[in-house]
Design a protein around this ligand. Structure first.
Ligand code: MG
Ligand code: MG
Length: 267
């Protein structure tokens, strides 16, 4: 059952998204070699609570952090703690806020210090995969158009698309129907309608798309040990097109507007 949101609900979700994006921006600016993922987690929890929200992840199925912090071959769901960031690490930060009962969910991958050109390329392609998916969120399009756009952007550039984890509907719960795969065929799946709010979150790999879960029960890693990146936004479908509820700043908006899906060949 897919719950469409009213304009009032989307406005509350936008305010939730504002908290998420503000705190995430602060974390991105704070990242440097020598700090621990636990330091970032503490900053995140304080930031969310100071702005009137509740960290959605904390306590979710027993998760101990307010963020997920996933380094290098870790794809998603890394548990923040005593691990120290090192120059050259590729760090993915995933964060969620609950505000007035509504969840917003967003993730970025950032460089710790100086990263390799290959790692930067993976980061850039993953961010553009997210933009490609968002651009497909037009009313009248279908759910499969999102995954098809992400998959085409990644695979045409030689990168892998993780299959085992997907995006999702978001609202009163962090994970609502429908599931939003990062792969698929255009014109398939449910029709996208105004009021549908989705978390789109491509997880892109340098090598194979296959993943494993570590013994901690949470951390998802690439099976071949190669790098992975992850970007996520919470987005509402509106009659005017997709509206990013977790947009961070004008530079990112300019980036989103520069993206032209027509430049991409169809697969
Ligand atoms: Mg997330
Ligand atoms: Mg999510």
């Amino acid at each position: 059952m897919v719950a469409l949101k009213s304009a009032r609900e989307i406005e509350v979700m936008r305010r939730s998204g504002k908290i998420t994006s503000k705190v995430l921006t602060g974390l991105m600016r704070a990242v440097r070699p020598g700090m621990t993922t636990g330091d970032l987690d503490a900053m995140a929890e304080k930031g969310i609570r100071d702005l009137g929200g509740v960290p959605t992840f904390k306590g979710y199925h027993g998760f101990t952090g307010s963020i997920c912090a996933s380094i290098d071959d870790e794809v998603v769901h890394g548990i923040p703690g005593s691990r120290r960031l090192r120059d050259g690490d590729l760090l993915s930060i995933d964060i969620g806020t609950t505000f007035e009962g509504y969840v917003s969910d967003s993730a970025v991958t950032v460089a710790v210090g100086t990263i390799s050109a290959e790692a930067q390329r993976l980061l850039d392609v993953t961010q553009q995969c997210l933009m490609a998916g968002i651009a497909a969120m037009q009313p009248g399009n279908h759910l499969g158009d999102i995954g098809a756009a992400v998959q085409a952007y990644a695979e045409q550039r030689g990168f892998g698309v993780v299959r085992d984890l997907v995006g999702h509907g978001v609202g009163r719960e962090m994970h609502e129907e429908p599931q939003v795969p990062n792969f698929g065929s255009t014109g398939t799946g449910m029709e996208l309608r105004a009021g549908l709010v989705l978390a789109v979150e491509p997880m892109i790999t340098q090598g194979s798309h296959k993943v494993n879960i570590l013994k901690d029960g949470w951390t998802v890693v690439t099976a071949d040990g190669k790098l992975a990146a992850h970007f996520e936004h919470t987005i509402a479908v509106t009659d005017a097109g997709p509206k990013i509820l977790t947009l961070r700043d004008f530079a990112e908006l300019a980036e989103a507007e520069r993206y032209r899906p027509a430049e991409e060949a169809r697969v």
